[in-house]
Ligand binder design. Sequence first.
Ligand code: NDP
Length: 278
Amino acid sequence: MTHEHIPGLDLNNGVRIPQLGYGVFQIPAEHTQQAVESALEAGYRHIDTAAAYRNEAAVGAAVAASGLAREDLFITTKLRNGDQGRAREAFEESRSALGLDQIDLYLIHWPVPSQGLYLQAWREMEQIYSEGLVRAIGVSNFLPDHLEELLGEAAVPPAVNQIELHPTFQQQALADTSRRHGMAVEAYSPLGQGEDLDNAAVAQISQRHGATPAQVVLAWHLASGNIVIPKTATPERMRENLGALSVELSPRDMEQINELDAGRRLGADPATASFSQY
Ligand code: NDP
């Protein structure tokens, strides 16, 4: 499975994003360059990082060392909560850490409604976008209230809402609202941080297809139209996860996984999350 097999999704401004990418949250900075080099070698072309992950420089080093053409790569990073009042400076810090002239996708990491700064941050991001320093801008962890408020003010509508989404936490209403407003839905923690892989129904479907549980869960995301960014530290699993691209689920398989939704959020609740280190 190589990058030629990874389907692209067209965002609302025509920019194409590889639907299956590689996330680097919780990979320590000293291991990130090697991990991203392995991911690129395995065939990934879309890398998801964030200023808060403290590994942007290592992602940039891996990109530089890969020798791949810049236009063949898609790099996402995110604005830290504590930086919403200084989005321009924070963007420049990320761009410089990554060593890139242009970022492909820049996201507001969390809305932090208690801070009241995301509209201000969005205006700065629109300006950065208009200067061509980023190819698309979007949000992460935005709930319908936050989306409504942003859309009421935005000159550039967000291209993406990156949200926690996996079989036991499907957030169908939020995904539908995001799509209705033209945003692509990007699923973070797509494997339920590994916990959704032990599910009996997932195991049953895996057996039917001669595939692994991770491949089945990722194939379900892809067939649902989600962008996915699974994280793994090991090259074997990087390749395994790319193998999801050749798993074709039946309508019955899809229905069986749709029925696993249990409202089981693993991460923080965006309505109240306010950690400034993010
Ligand atoms: P994932 O659902 O991607 O799960 C990662 C876990 O699954 C790791 O423990 C990994 O273990 C394990 N795993 C991966 N592949 C396999 C496999 N084939 N078989 C068995 N186990 C596997 O959760 P994350 O929370 O890491 O989310 C992925 C990405 O989403 C992050 O890296 C980040 O980019 C993004 N994210 C964004 C957030 C936001 O607020 N916007 C919040 C959280 C995540 P191992 O590494 O040992 O292989």
